[in-house]
Design a protein around this ligand. Structure first.
Ligand code: GLP
Length: 245
């Protein structure tokens, strides 16, 4: 795993943006695997700025998002599809037909998982962006998720519900379930870019980099990926020093 430790969140976002821009420039029809959460927002802002100022085009780019809350769709401001429109899609020239994410409102959830798996089989991510949960989850693959998992529905853990409550007016509004790409779908990406910022991620980052590869800490599976880059700020990297000792 390649590790870039940056001074702060802004610098992390800039380094991540540079990696993303290289993919988009070298392959204008690339498939980008995208993530929600506060961590990638700075990178998305830089992508939008670069599009506005330098005309970097996303017209032929396709996207696949990691996850979506069960029960929420575009009409809900808290859905991940709304998040992606607000933070990126509405600020670039992407063709909206090329945007892919699980349908949180799907009536037949099993069929929706199967649809998404078929889609992912037909379009390998050239790059997959990831954040990391404070408990080491990636997408919504919570501790204990099998590494062989594909798109499925998960019951969110109490810690994830608490972490994500800040996006909702009332913590009781946080959905208890979500659709998520599985670990296997994520590992299938050609390149992985995982971002982490802040001291609340330090323990998970330590496990990601140097813990045992274990389903107890889903992000640790990335140690097995042939092209994974971690970009994290000093606060998130705080425990890595001890690892090197
Ligand atoms: C959610 C998302 C993850 C994300 C995580 C961390 O659980 N499903 O994809 O990595 O939150 O979020 P944040 O970046 O806000 O810390």
């Amino acid at each position: 795993m390649k590790i870039l430790i940056t001074k702060d969140y802004e610098d992390m976002s800039m380094q991540a943006f540079k990696i993303m821009k290289k993919v988009v420039t070298e392959r204008p029809c690339a498939t980008l695997g995208l993530a929600t959460g506060s961590t990638p927002v700075g990178m998305y802002r830089l992508m939008a700025k670069d599009h506005a100022e330098n005309g970097t085009s996303y017209k032929k780019i396709k996207t696949v998002n990691l996850d979506e809350y069960v029960g929420l769709d575009r009409s809900s401001g808290q859905s991940y599809i709304s998040f992606m429109h607000d933070n990126l899609f509405d600020s670039i020239d992407i063709d909206h037909d090329n945007i892919n994410i699980e349908n949180g409102k799907a009536a037949d959830r099993k069929a929706e998982c199967e649809r998404y798996n078929r889609l992912l089989e037909s379009m390998q991510q050239d790059i997959q962006v990831l954040g990391i949960g404070s408990n080491g989850h990636i997408a919504f693959n919570e501790p204990g998720t099998p590494f062989g998992s594909v798109t499925h529905i998960v019951d969110l853990t109490e810690s994830t519900i608490a972490d994500n409550a800040r996006f909702f007016n009332d913590p009781r509004e946080v959905p208890k379930q979500a659709f998520t790409m599985g670990v296997k779908n994520i590992m299938n990406a050609k390149k992985i870019l995982i971002l982490a910022s802040g001291s609340n991620k330090a323990k998970a980052v330590k496990g990601l980099v140097s813990g045992p590869v274990s389903e107890d800490l889903p992000a640790s599976v990335l140690q097995l990926h042939p092209d994974c880059t971690l970009v994290c700020d000093e606060a998130a990297a705080a425990l890595l020093e001890q690892v090197r000792d």
